[in-house]
Design a binder for this molecule. Sequence first.
Ligand SMILES: Nc1nc2c(c(=O)[nH]1)N[C@H]1C(S)=C(S)[C@@H](COP(=O)(O)O)O[C@H]1N2
Ligand SMILES: [Mo]
Length: 196
Amino acid sequence: MVSQNEKSSTRLPPGQRETKALLRWGVDHPGITRSIPRRNLSTWKMVVDGLVENPLTLPWNDFLKLPFTEATIDFHCVEGWSVRNCLWGGVQFRILADLAKPKSEGKFVFFESEDGYTTSLTLEELDKAMLAYKLNGKDIDDELGGPMRLIVPDKYAYKSPMWVRRITFRDKKDLGYWERKGYSDTADPWKNDRYR
Ligand SMILES: Nc1nc2c(c(=O)[nH]1)N[C@H]1C(S)=C(S)[C@@H](COP(=O)(O)O)O[C@H]1N2
Ligand SMILES: [Mo]
């Protein structure tokens, strides 16, 4: 198997062109709502619930205590732009899943964000995902999904929700915002897998 890093050093997925920086929400392109959710770390909480043995409600300070890792990951928007070598820092999704202890039937993970955006992935697809709060060594700006967003390597970016606030383990697949509108649920940029 070719790793993400080997792939990114040689080529971009089909139909993608390189841009230098991530597009800022509400500045470079419109989101699903006009307004950008502004962080309030004193009231921020992440909820992990559904089919888990141990539901979690993590305030910001507790979230920061989870083990920190960094990874260099390319970013591919389904509209055709890619940003190479983003250095994301945060908590591996697996660490949070291990704390929440999904039941055997809870294999479908549904994400809800502050702006009403949703997406979903299987536990297997989330194996290398990160709940990121740093980008290139700095806190992630509100315009780029801060204080915390999911980053899923090797999926189009609509599978990387910004401003995540709730993660629910379910026993069936429920489609997210763009997937319901016709975008691919598997979203593999290397297969040009854009539409359902
Ligand atoms: N909450 C939320 N997350 C989202 C979206 C959104 O509208 N709301 N858009 C997705 C899409 S289509 C893209 S390309 C990226 C954009 O991320 P960026 O603003 O960091 O470039 O966020 C993804 N995650
Ligand atoms: Mo996108």
